[in-house]
Ligand binder design. Structure first.
Ligand code: DON
Length: 307
């Protein structure tokens, strides 16, 4: 990366820059168990393609990955069934919140992209064709990529399964439209359990590194998907990864990224590094306020951006 400062200096500068952002967002509470997390947590990890790794703050503390898992579930689906994925889900930004219903109804139950909840439910449905427990498949794939045994937080999973009214509405709409093949409750349970996978920023930066390295994982020293797939996933992240704030995210950060309502964000610097950040207070789009600011500071300080 071309910048004057060393990575540890960059990260310590970011830590100072983001301090005023605490208190501006709200921890997700529509999944009751997520509301129990300390809002002041902040962690960040950078893992470079060349093998450097820096972690600050709470970057080794596991958090609820939530929608960040959708990226890895999609990766598995693409590895398994290739372009057939696109017969079940689109590739266009939705311009709507992640759990928006009426667009789906207008579009005959066909999800705009794999990162909104409807699209992620379709991906779970695709994975259910080959395995009864896609949540475990995603957990193990992410764990394999970061070389750490990851767990599913059962309390978070249960809490979401009990309160997933909106996601059930989405799944029912899709089931009625014929765009979901398995039983609604089977898909919802697998989806909620997938979202409840926990991992740290260090784990996440490691797991996402193949997206920065043309499908090769320097962590496990193996090619995990073709370079073309890394490019395509990055394109989807850039255009759909943060839902209805992709425009301002591209404007302020300029990197492909995926957010989750646990407060995690993973961002990719193609050819160079994967960055993971975690801080639980969210903006109204479900993106970590402090995490967003940290990534903005990162791209400003390092001049790393795809744009
Ligand atoms: O389905 C939900 O609402 C959550 N399990 C995941 C949503 C999420 O993380 C959105 N991303 N920012």
């Amino acid at each position: 990366m071309k910048h004057e400062l060393s990575l540890p200096e960059v990260l310590s500068q970011i830590e100072k820059t983001v301090r005023p952002q605490f208190g501006k967002g709200r921890v997700a509470d529509y999944i009751p168990e997520l509301a129990t997390v300390d809002p002041k947590k902040f962690g960040m990890a950078v893992r470079t393609v060349s093998g450097q790794e820096y972690v600050i703050g709470d970057g080794d503390e596991p958090f609820s990955a939530q929608s960040v898992t959708k990226l890895f579930a999609l990766g598995i689906a693409l590895n398994r069934i290739g372009d057939e994925v696109w017969t079940r889900v689109g590739k266009e930004p939705s311009g709507t919140p992640f759990n928006y219903l009426s667009q789906l109804e207008h579009e005959a139950g066909f999800p705009r992209n794999p990162f909104i909840n409807a699209g992620a439910l379709a991906v779970v449905d695709m994975l259910l064709k080959g395995t009864r427990r896609p949540d475990l498949t995603v957990r193990d794939y992410m764990g394999f990529l970061c070389q750490n045994a990851l767990t599913i937080d059962e309390a978070v999973a249960r809490s979401e399964i009990e309160t997933a009214h909106k996601n059930r509405a989405i799944a029912n709409l899709m089931k009625g439209a014929g765009t979901l093949h398995h039983e609604v409750e089977t898909v919802i349970a697998a989806y909620c359990r997938q979202c409840a996978i926990t991992l740290s920023c260090r784990d996440l930066a490691r797991a996402a590194l193949p997206l920065a390295a043309g499908g090769y994982s320097p962590v496990i020293e193996e090619t995990v998907f073709p370079a073309r797939q890394a490019r395509r996933l990055n394109a989807l992240l850039l255009t759909c990864g943060v839902y209805d704030s992709v425009g301002s995210f591209a404007y302020r950060v300029g990197l492909p990224a995926k957010s989750g309502v646990g407060g995690g964000i993973v961002a990719i610097v193609p050819g160079q590094a994967a960055i993971a950040v975690w801080s639980p207070e969210l903006d109204r789009h479900g993106t970590s306020v402090v995490g967003f600011a940290a990534l903005e500071a990162f791209s400003q300080i390092t001049n790393c951006s795809v744009l």
